[in-house]
Design a protein around this ligand. Structure first.
Ligand SMILES: Cc1cc2nc3c(=O)[nH]c(=O)nc-3n(C[C@H](O)[C@H](O)[C@H](O)COP(=O)(O)O)c2cc1C
Length: 338
């Protein structure tokens, strides 16, 4: 049965011995990320830290889940498949990316069941959602309440590392349809972060068109803790012809349930744990970084637009990338050997 939520997926992982709960207090400042680095290197389990200590020593009422997709097996399971079935997903994606049926009509006819499934996976909108059980507004908004990690020594501020950023463009064209992307967010205040989307990303393109056509800030939502299929769809290069929510339905084998945001004209995954609603500002920018990256280097500092929160329903391998000029090697978090 496909997973309706992250909690469903965690239950499956736990019953298979692939998720471990840690009750010992662990700090968001460098400790969690060091543990994750070691877990990832040894293909360890996902971990739910249940007693989280914030950087200032306060206990956090919110637990933190790490190393969720630390093995190929867990990535496949997140799509309700086994590792040997991942190739099929690649083939499906390649087919959907073709502007014309690749091998003529015969092949296209063979793919008809797939196309029917794609059409059947349009998301559905619900009126009540777990992610809106608790809603914080006005002076209650404080990103400092969230257990946001500090990843490497010398970084300027805590970093939201895996937010699904939801945006829409200003018009009705295909490119203006829903986009989901993961863009890291440097916390800069109680209700502000930076939005570090690289220029070619879907969200950055929406922003440019929105600013040009509407001359206003772009509505955007940061979703934390969505179901695994939706999380994985956000990092998959989905063809422009398909909404990422629809593709998430295809990956999950189950329609995505969406709910209308409270303050902005966007829909977000109803089963998510945390949704932060806001705007990416027109004329406010800040220096982002330097942050340690998967390249093993601190990125150089660059300017990115400011994201202002209006409402936060809340609570509930080695890479082959190379550093860019100006990046410097990262410092060790601690001297203890694994
Ligand atoms: C953990 C994680 C962090 C990421 N951080 C960023 C980021 O800070 N900026 C960025 O532009 N892309 C980042 N990416 C890559 C994009 O999320 C990814 O390429 C995505 O498919 C982009 O979607 P889009 O083309 O629809 O914008 C990150 C990916 C992951 C898995």
């Amino acid at each position: 049965m496909p997973y309706a939520s992250l909690r469903d997926f965690m239950a499956r992982l736990e019953s298979a011995g692939k998720l471990v709960r840690v009750k010992t207090p662990v700090s968001t400042a460098l400790e969690m990320t060091e543990i994750q680095t070691r877990l990832l290197a040894e293909q360890g389990p996902a971990v739910l830290f249940e007693n989280v200590t914030m950087a200032d020593g306060r206990p956090s009422p919110i637990p933190v889940l790490v190393n969720l997709f630390g093995t190929v097996e867990r990535v496949a399971w997140g799509m309700d498949r086994e590792p040997h079935q991942l190739r099929e997903i690649g083939e499906t994606l390649a087919f959907l990316k073709q502007p014309e049926p690749p091998g003529g009509w015969r092949e296209a006819l063979e793919m008809l069941p797939l196309l029917k499934t794609v059409l059947a996976m349009k998301p559905k909108t619900v009126s009540r959602a777990p992610c809106q059980e608790i809603v914080l507004t006005g002076d209650d908004i404080d990103l400092g309440r969230l257990p946001i990690q500090g990843c490497w020594p010398g970084e300027p501020a805590p970093l939201i590392t895996w937010p699904l950023i939801v945006t829409k463009g200003p018009g009705d064209t295909r490119e203006d349809g829903y986009n989901l992307g993961i863009y890291r967010m440097q916390v800069t205040g109680r209700n502000t972060t930076l939005m570090r989307w690289l220029k070619h990303r879907g969200g950055a393109q929406h922003y440019r068109r929105w600013v040009k056509e509407k001359g206003a800030a772009l509505p955007a939502a940061a979703v934390i803790g969505a179901d695994p299929g939706t999380i994985l769809a956000a990092v998959t290069p989905v063809p422009d012809t398909l909404s990422e929510y629809q593709f998430a339905g295809l990956l999950r084998g189950r329609k995505v349930e969406l709910v209308d945001c409270k303050t902005i004209p966007l829909k977000v995954p109803a089963q998510a744990e945390i949704v932060i609603e806001g705007h990416v500002m027109l004329d406010e920018f800040g220096d982002e970084g330097p942050y340690g990256d998967h390249t093993g280097y601190y990125n150089s500092v660059e300017s990115f637009p400011v994201f202002r929160v209006v409402r936060s329903p809340c609570d509930r391998s080695r890479s082959i990338f190379r550093p860019s000029p100006g990046d410097r090697p990262m410092s060790p978090r601690c001297s203890a050997k694994p």
